[in-house]
Structure formats: structure tokens, C-alpha cells
Design a protein around this ligand. Structure first.
Ligand SMILES: Nc1ncnc2c1ncn2[C@@H]1O[C@H](COP(=O)(O)OP(=O)(O)OP(=O)(O)O)[C@@H](O)[C@H]1O
Ligand SMILES: [Mg+2]
Length: 276
């Protein structure tokens, strides 16, 4: 934990230095720079456009792209997230979970897709599970760009990101990397994210993170975001795990809430079932 705290302090100090600021902002203040700049529309039309095959949505549980019934839980989540982000002037949201396979990537992608259905919003979704990336596979996108290269400053966002529709940009990754923890905690990553936010002016950046247990990738990065959503899976995440992870998260960022995923129940209408 000491190593983590030291790394997070270092990252924050680098952010402050880059922005010419003195003391650390309180954790309830936005850590990004977008709100500090005059809001001018950035041109996203040059980003490479991707299309999603219609068969992909049911196969990958992309309810946000399906009918109103399938989209409803994600739209509800969108509204709650948006309210908190707007009220607090937050721009960066991490999605994590106690253990693996809880549905972080599914929730991150659906949330991003649901937010992007609001045409006045611009969303960037980044696959920050650098050890085991999955969003590219979920979207059946086989371009071999490396997110690590972008974070190391060796590639430009305009080359690396792809665009779905006019207002959702995705930073995808094909190959897992081994030094993910160091990369996520590096001052360079922090500076690259600041530069992306300043140049491309997203309203919300969503980071699909690894689980909290197992390695320090998520915890080490969370000082860079304004808030985190904790995804738990009904049936496989113990209450005690949710509790301890919430506390761990609260020590480094604002906890926006817990999403209970994979929780199926029958509603009053025939055939109705819900994910949350
Ligand atoms: N609401 C749900 N109901 C049923 N299955 C789901 C639900 N959400 C996700 N899944 C399935 O659970 C599996 C894991 O989902 P996902 O990859 O989104 O989880 P993750 O938390 O990102 O996993 P990892 O920790 O490996 O990154 C996938 O097969 C996905 O389709
Ligand atoms: Mg995942």
C-alpha cells in the first residue's frame, strides 16, 4: 500500500506541476482539465469510424444498442452517473470490481453507448485493463493498435482511437502487456490523459479497469479519476468483498456507487428480466 500511495502522490504531483498548480485539489474536485478550458467544440469527424454488426449486440450483451427494454438498465445507470458527474463537475469515471468477470467491460461499454445516444455529449471509453484487454474483442475490432504506445507518448490519439457514431471514441487494445501497473502509474500516462482531455474535450472519459483484487493496476491509477463505479456480480461477489473494496476505493477517489450485475429476476410483465 505504501508503494501505491507513493506512486499516486507522484502522479498527482506531476499533474499539478504540469498545470502550474500548488496544493492538491480536494478529491471532490474534478481532476481533469476540460472544465478549466473554454469549451470549444473539437472536431471528432477525422477519427476512424467503426461500424458494429447487428449480430454483435445480442452476442456481447450490448443492451444499450438493443430495444428499450434491454437498454433500460443502462439508461437508468446513465442518468444517475450523468447527474453525479454534472453536479460535481467530474469528467473521469473508472469502472472496476472486486473480482474478475463481474461485468466491468460489459457495463463500461453499455454505459458509454447509452451516454452516446445523447447527441450533445462526447464520450471517450478506454480499455485500461492493460493486462487482459477485452473491448476490442467484444467489438470484433482487429486493428492491432497498442494502447500502451499511446500512453507512452509514441502514438497519437487521432491515430489510435476509433469512433462509433459521431460522439463515442474508443481506445482499444489487442495485446496484454506485463508492465501495466508501472505504465498506469506513470507521470507520462497522466500527462497523455490530460493532453487528450484538453485537445478532444470529452464530457466524460470512462476507464474500463481490471479488478481490484489480484494486482495494483486499478488502485494505482484511481488517483487519476474523479469517481469510480464498483461492479459486483450477484452470485460470485461476496458482500464482504464489496464492503472492503468500497473502503479501498473511498480512500483514493469518490465512490459513485455499486452496480449489482448478473442479477436476474422476473418482473411483472411476461418475459421481462433485468440485469440489475
Ligand atoms: N448482466 C449479465 N448477465 C449475464 N452475463 C453477463 C452479464 N454481464 C456480463 N456478462 C458476461 O460475463 C462475462 C464477463 O463479463 P465482462 O467481460 O464484462 O466482465 P469483466 O468484469 O470485464 O471481466 P474481467 O475481470 O475478465 O475483465 C462475459 O461473458 C459477459 O458476457
Ligand atoms: Mg473486463
Amino acid at each position: 500500500m505504501e508503494r501505491l500511495e507513493a506512486a499516486m502522490q507522484k502522479a498527482r504531483a506531476a499533474r499539478r506541476a504540469a498545470r502550474g498548480q500548488g496544493d492538491l485539489p480536494p478529491v471532490t474536485q474534478p481532476v481533469g482539465t476540460a472544465t478549466e478550458l473554454p469549451r470549444q467544440p473539437a472536431d471528432w469527424s477525422g477519427l476512424t469510424r467503426i461500424e458494429l454488426a447487428p449480430t454483435l449486440a445480442p452476442r456481447q450483451r450490448l443492451g444499450a444498442l438493443m430495444g428499450p427494454q434491454e437498454a433500460a438498465p443502462y439508461d437508468l445507470l446513465r442518468t444517475r452517473v450523468l447527474r453525479q458527474m454534472t453536479e460535481n463537475k467530474w469528467t473521469r469515471l473508472a469502472v472496476t470490481s472486486p473480482n474478475k468477470g463481474c461485468g466491468k467491460s460489459t457495463v463500461s461499454l453499455n454505459l458509454a453507448l447509452s451516454l452516446a445516444r445523447q447527441p450533445d455529449l462526447r464520450i471517450i471509453l478506454m480499455d485500461f485493463d492493460l493486462r487482459r484487454p477485452s473491448l476490442a474483442k467484444m467489438l470484433n475490432h482487429s486493428r492491432t493498435d497498442s494502447l500502451a504506445l499511446l500512453l507512452e507518448g509514441g502514438a497519437d490519439f487521432a491515430e489510435q482511437a476509433v469512433r462509433f457514431g459521431p460522439n463515442l471514441a474508443l481506445c482499444l487494445n489487442q495485446q496484454g502487456i506485463r508492465n501495466s501497473s508501472e505504465l498506469l502509474q506513470s507521470a507520462r500516462t497522466s500527462a497523455v490523459l490530460d493532453a487528450i482531455e484538453a485537445r478532444w474535450k470529452p464530457d466524460i472519459m470512462i476507464f474500463d479497469m481490471p479488478p481490484l483484487q489480484g494486482n495494483d493496476d486499478s488502485l494505482g491509477f484511481l488517483g487519476q479519476v474523479d469517481a469510480a463505479l464498483l461492479v459486483a456480480a450477484a452470485g460470485s461477489t461476496a458482500l464482504s468483498q464489496i464492503d472492503s473494496c468500497e473502503k479501498e476505493l473511498a480512500a483514493v477517489t469518490n465512490v459513485m456507487g455499486v452496480v449489482l450485475n448478473k442479477c436476474r429476476y422476473l418482473g411483472t410483465e411476461p418475459g421481462y428480466d433485468a440485469y440489475y
